[in-house]
Design a binder for this molecule. Sequence first.
Ligand SMILES: Cc1ncc(COP(=O)(O)O)c(C=O)c1O
Length: 420
Amino acid sequence: MASGSASARSPQVQDENPSCNDVASFKAADTVVQQCESRKPKPESENLSFGTVFTDHMLLIEWSSEGGWEKPRIQPFGNLSLHPACSALHYAVQLFEGMKAYRGQDDRVRLFRPMLNMERMLKSAHRACLPSFDGAEFLECIRKLVELDQDWVSRSDSASLYIRPTFLGTESSLGVKKASRALLFVILSPVGSYFSTASNSVSLWADSKYIRAWKGGTGDCKLGANYGACILAQDEAVGFGCQQVLWLYGDDHQITEVGTMNLFLYWINQDGEEELATPPLDGIILPGITRQSILELARKWGEFKVSERYLTMADLRVALEEERLKEMFGSGTACVVSRVGRVLYQGQSLQIPCVAESNSLTSRLLKELTDIQDVPNGRIGHARCLCNGSDGFSLLFSASKRPAFSPIDSSLVFMLVYPL
Ligand SMILES: Cc1ncc(COP(=O)(O)O)c(C=O)c1O
């Protein structure tokens, strides 16, 4: 793995969760590997539906309050054995992360800004009262797993390997309390494109009937309970001919986020300024890593105003009436960037403008992000520098030459690179 200098326990996480400081953790070097006897056949990367096929191995790490963390184990993929009173099953003491491994044109496999996933996972663990661990050690365990199953990382441009770190409370009693046992595990699934739509845009159902998250709740953490509670609304959205729910908040119907995406408006705002706007992280929105990357990219470009601000459905409607809305799109690991084509709101189908593919900000961001995911080989051919930085990303855009150093030796943290 390319070594990284950033702490896997961000200052923010440390402040919020003092137990993360000098936390007792498992060590990746202790990982015990048991390889499977025969490898499964790999699926065709076309027509892969999300999260249905899994690789040959999985990673498991158990914890108990008496014994602390056990040694990480990589073993053949298989069912878990859980006590029927397990707290994850009864009280949804569970959280997860979602990240992808990409194969570049140089045949190397990379992860995109994985330290941010580790930070978010530790924040979720704190919220679920699950034990802390060293994110850098966990990432190294994940790297070992991906390395073992690297043949599952497709060579197709449109496919990648989805990584699902998961954390369960495995307390084996029915009392509602902090879990004294826990299981951290990781499974891998080859995936294709997330949304199957010919027009390459998503339709959203915006209704205030259901609420995804509220201040003081858990909407800014990646707890499974947040998602299970959304399935009914998602089902209704499909019944209305839409693909996803656009979650609204408050009496003024603030726009918050979409099923598994953060949301952006690119428009001429009320003051006549060209602006890329997304709702602020006020506790009810998941702090997306793609969202953060888009904000950093757009701010670096400096071509238009970039804001984290409240947006309401009334703002959207007026902007559409006054023809000020240029584009609307969602962002997330699964889809990277996905254009919104239509919003169904109060019985009205709001058609979102569609800029020609070649000129759209959505396409530009998609290209920039996927090119970055393929650095340092072919796809980014100019003006990119990978060097020291809190996680490398913010300095991507400052150089006028291609990097002179080998990415494997550099202090890249935002991507882990290893040769095949
Ligand atoms: C509710 C929600 N919002 C936003 C996102 C996007 O986050 P990221 O860009 O880190 O994938 C996700 C995906 O994880 C999500 O589940």
